[in-house]
Every structure is written in C-alpha cells, then in structure tokens.
Ligand binder design. Structure first.
Ligand code: CP
Ligand code: NVA
Length: 299
C-alpha cells in the first residue's frame, strides 16, 4: 500500500505503471467491502465526483467528509489524529487541503495510505488525467512540446511540470515575474528525461507547442487577492491569437473550473482545439488508476 501525495514523489516507472492502470477498463474490485474517506477542505466538482464513482467502481464505499466534521482547518483535532481516526474505518484516506504539510502529517500517522486530492503544492490526479489525455491524442509524451501560460507557480503547473519531465516532454512556462518556479525547483525538474523552460513572454512559450495549458489566476484560498492577481496576469490570457502561434494541430488544455475572459478566451475554451471535456472525463480513469496502484493492484 502506497501514499500518493504528488507526481514529484514518483519515479518514471511508477508514473508509467499508474498511467497503465488508469488506461485499463477492468481493474476488478480491490476495494470490495471497504470504505474510502474523502475529506474536503475546499470545494470540488470533478475531483469529488470522479473519486466517488471510482471508489464505487472498484467495489468500495466512499464517504464524503467536509472540514466542518473533522476540523483540519480549525484545529479541532490534529491532522495526525484525524488520519488515525479515519483509518479505523477506511482502507484509504483521500484529502483536499490548503497546506500540503497536512497531508504529510496524515500520511505519517495513519495506517491507511493517503491520496492528495489537491493541495497548495500539487494536484497529482489532475496531472494523471492530463498525461492520459495527451497520450491518447499524440500517442506519446516523449519529445512532446507543451506550453503553460499563466500562474506558473501553482499546484497544477507544478504537477504538470513533474509529469512532463518524467515522461520526456518539454514544458515551456510563460508567467509574470514572481510566478515562476525557483531556480532550485527548475534544476530538480531538469534532472529528469524532459525539460522545463521559463519566460515572461507567452508568445515565446507557445511557439510551436503541440499543447497549450492554462489554469485560473486565482486559486482556491487566494480570493482575497483577486483584484491584484487579475492585474498581475493581464496579458497572459490564452486567446485565438496566442493559439495561432502554437503548432497547427495544437490542443488546448485546462483543468477547470475555467474563467472565460480571464485566463482563457471563450473562443478557445469552447473551440475545436479544446480538449477540456476529455480531460474532465479522464479524471475518473486517473482516479481508478491511482487507487488501484495505491492498493497494490498489479500492472
Ligand atoms: N480540476 C479540478 O480538480 O476540479 P474540481 O476543483 O472541481 O475538483
Ligand atoms: N489551481 C486551482 C486548481 C483548481 C482545480 C486551485 O488550486 O484552485
């Protein structure tokens, strides 16, 4: 049984194994008769629904728990004690949290494996779905050129970068000064098969890219800075003119929820190059693959 807190914790063979499990139609019922705790400190449409259906599909019983019950944020009980408690009833604990350290404390304390449903630092289930989507479209990740435009230092960008480099893809990030990955993070990412480059210029990042990705400028927990963040990211919208600089058959990706007119123009999000609904559908497959790997289902 293994935790899954971030793509950055996985080596390439393990990531490929999880993607292989995610692509399989039949994974059996490894959760038959068992519970899975789904703890949410933040709202969720895709992650909650894909996880509930994935747990049920593997024979298990999902229990949705808001932070009002367990109080990770209020200090009602320590993350370690919450995890120990949930492990009394569940074979696996999954949580969406504000602070990644909370997941680490839960994983260290619980007998059950812990799955990250999104933290400030990582969104591994999203990246698994993104990699599945790209593989389905292009038949490979090795050598693929992906551009990410917008908040280059958020959970989605970091996880995407970790996934791309492990599978030999090239990720070009365009972000304003202050939203870039640190030199140390960049050096670690560039020690893998693929590579990550950073620029402030969206046109430079998307030039020749086969996939263009963006995410919200205002992640959950940053709502108080919404006005200043909109000003910082002005000029980083993925619009038809920017997509025209990418490769002719380039696809557009977004983890959703999207904000038409902010990080993406409606013509792009709802246009023929957009794969966002394929990505959303693939969230259930990646949820099943991740759970199966954590439970030790053989590849
Ligand atoms: N992409 C994603 O994680 O969506 P939710 O926040 O709706 O789960
Ligand atoms: N970066 C976004 C992703 C939402 C799925 C957030 O953390 O809110």
């Amino acid at each position: 049984m293994s935790d899954l807190l971030g793509i950055a914790d996985l080596d390439r063979p393990t990531l490929e194994m999880i993607l292989g499990l995610s692509a399989r139609a039949d994974l059996g019922r490894p959760l038959a008769g068992q519970g899975v705790a789904l703890v949410f400190q933040k709202p969720s449409a895709r992650t909650r629904n894909s996880m509930e259906m994935a747990v049920a599909g593997l024979g298990g019983h999902p229990v949705y728990i808001t932070d009002a019950e367990v109080g990770l944020g209020s200090g009602r009980e320590s993350p370690a004690d919450v995890a120990r408690t949930l492990a009394c009833f569940h074979s696996l604990i999954a949580a969406r949290v504000f602070h990644h350290e909370v997941l680490q404390q839960m994983a260290a304390a619980a007998d059950a494996p812990v799955l990250n449903l999104l933290s400030d630092r990582a969104h591994p289930l999203q990246t698994l779905a993104d990699l599945l989507t790209l593989h389905e479209r292009f038949g490979r990740l090795e050598g693929l050129r992906v551009a990410y435009v917008g908040d280059g230092d958020n959970n989605v960008a970091r996880s995407l970068a970790a996934g791309c480099v492990r599978l030999g893809a090239h990720l070009a990030i365009a972000a304003p000064v202050g939203s870039h990955l640190s030199a140390a993070d960049l050096a670690e990412l560039n020690s893998h098969a693929g590579c990550v480059t950073q620029t402030v210029d969206p046109a430079e990042a998307v030039a020749g890219a086969q996939a263009v990705y963006t995410d919200t400028w205002i992640s959950m927990g940053q709502e108080g800075e919404a006005q200043s963040r909109r000003a910082i990211f002005e000029g980083y919208q993925v619009d038809p003119a920017l997509m025209a600089r990418a490769a002719p058959q380039a696809v557009f990706l977004h983890c959703l929820p999207a904000h038409r007119g902010e990080e993406v123009a409606p013509e792009v999000l709802d246009g023929p190059q957009s794969l966002v609904w394929t990505q959303a559908r693939n969230r259930m497959r990646s949820a099943r693959g991740a759970l199966a790997w954590m439970l030790g289902v053989p590849a």
